[in-house]
Ligand binder design. Structure first.
Ligand code: HEC
Length: 251
């Protein structure tokens, strides 16, 4: 515990001194809080980036394109800006990449479906949205990796840094401490076309959309849960009445 505090202090000091991102990896990487937004404009920007960039590799197969009307797109906009030519607005947001090809291309791992990833990555370190927000901002150059990139929260990830032209290139300074802990400091060695603030905001839009995408299903599940409870209550009442009717003559 003491180590942790010392460590946290050191991290704080480093964070104040350098405009770099500093993360510890020994106690598990620190996750940055995702500044989630419910603003339809932010969700729409996020959805556009998700469909045009992420869906080159990932599906969101529990989603349908026409569900995007719930965040403010019109069907005409969906058709014009988002829909691939071979899809209809009522179709699921699947992609055509075959898993066996994907595995070949990405060093043995296929890009997973992302519909629920912001919930699947929930952990004691932070919410799944925090994880994805940190993940998309902590890619760094690593010549030992087959695709040239590594990631602080997902070491050895098979995904390349898809936004490197926007964020620029980060390199990692890894410091091993005498107490066995290790900290990774990311330095922006080659700037991208966006400032750090612009980049964080863009990533926040994408993650806000992904959070929204995972949620409607949670809502639906809650309402299904309520119907199940009502059904059980009615069933119990009926069964009880029936039991009483059966045993009426016996007693
Ligand atoms: C060039 C293909 C490609 C693109 C484009 C891509 N990814 Fe990935 N992504 C992958 C692969 C491959 C993995 C699996 C990594 C692994 O397991 O090692 C992955 C993994 C992930 C994961 C971790 C999933 C998990 O829980 O294990 C998240 C989150 C993710 N991608 C988000 C995104 C987002 C958001 C975008 C768009 C901004 C995106 N990806 C674009 C290939 C891609």
């Amino acid at each position: 515990m003491k180590n942790l505090i010392v460590h946290a202090k050191r991290l704080l000091a480093a964070a104040l001194l350098a405009p770099a991102l500093v993360l510890a990896s020994a106690e598990g990487p620190q996750l940055d809080k995702a500044p989630l937004s419910k603003d339809p404009e932010s969700l729409k920007r996020g959805a556009t980036i998700f469909v045009t960039t992420c869906m080159a590799c990932h599906s969101a197969s529990f989603m349908r394109y026409n569900k995007l009307t719930e965040i403010g797109f019109t069907e005409a906009e969906i058709k014009e800006k988002l829909l691939p030519p071979d899809k209809k607005v009522g179709d699921l947001m699947t992609i055509a990449m075959r898993p066996q090809d994907a595995k070949k291309w990405f060093g043995g791992v296929a890009p997973p479906d992302l519909t629920l990833v912001t919930r699947q990555r929930n952990s004691e370190l932070g919410s799944g949205a925090d994880w994805v927000y940190t993940y998309l901002r902590t890619f760094y150059r690593d010549p030992t990796r087959p695709n040239g990139w590594n990631n602080v929260v997902f070491p050895g990830a098979g995904m390349p840094h898809v936004f490197w032209e926007l964020q620029g290139e980060q390199t990692a300074k890894i410091t091993k401490h005498p107490d066995g802990t290790e900290s990774i400091e990311l330095v922006l060695s080659k700037p991208g076309s966006m400032s750090a603030q612009e980049y964080d905001k863009m990533v926040a839009d994408v993650v806000s959309f992904m959070q929204w995408m995972g949620e409607p299903i949670a809502e639906k599940r809650k309402s299904i849960g309520i119907w199940v409870m009502i059904y059980l209550a009615v069933f119990f009442a009926l069964a009880y009445a029936l039991k009483k009717a059966y045993w009426k003559d016996v007693h």
